[in-house]
Design a protein around this ligand. Structure first.
Ligand code: DQA
Length: 144
């Protein structure tokens, strides 16, 4: 049977490639999706989504409980604010990888704290969009 991995993206990541390219680079979210699909073995289904809405992300994390073996998530700004996303991830049993394109620890102080890191099994920061593929590989390795 195949394995499903949810790759979830939070607010403003729909603007990747246009938004602050000096921080986030020039690849678009569609490019990132393609990278993840290419990196995944044939028997792995990637469900790749983005929302600007916290509750939508919570709904998708709850959906993942039913169908996904792992979650790779860039919660974007909700990383630093959302107990709701932390709680939803805490109700998910499989591996959770938190990805940030930029090195949040070298940026403003308000980006240094992550609610999501309390649940994440692995955190990748500052690797650019390559961090998504690294996160996916890590999750697949963990699943065995
Ligand atoms: C981000 C870092 C967050 O602080 C920021 O709000 C984002 C993107 C990153 O990928 O580096 O939107 O998660």
């Amino acid at each position: 049977m195949g394995t499903t991995v949810f790759v979830l993206n939070g607010p403003n990541l729909n603007l990747l490639g246009q938004r602050e390219p000096e921080i986030y680079g020039s690849d678009t979210l569609a490019d990132v999706e393609q990278m993840c699909r290419r990196a995944a073995p044939a028997q792995v289904e990637i469900v790749f989504r983005q929302s600007n809405h916290e509750g939508v992300l919570v709904d998708w994390i709850q959906e993942a409980r039913e169908v996904a073996a792992a979650i790779v998530i860039n919660p974007a700004a909700y990383t630093h604010t959302s107990v709701a996303i932390l709680d939803a991830l805490s109700a998910f049993d499989g591996p959770v990888v938190e990805v940030h394109i930029s090195d949040v620890h070298k940026r403003e102080a308000f980006r240094h704290h992550s609610y999501v890191s309390q649940r994440a099994d692995h955190v990748i920061v500052g690797q650019g969009v390559a961090g998504y593929v690294q996160g996916l590989d890590w999750a697949l390795e963990r699943l065995g």
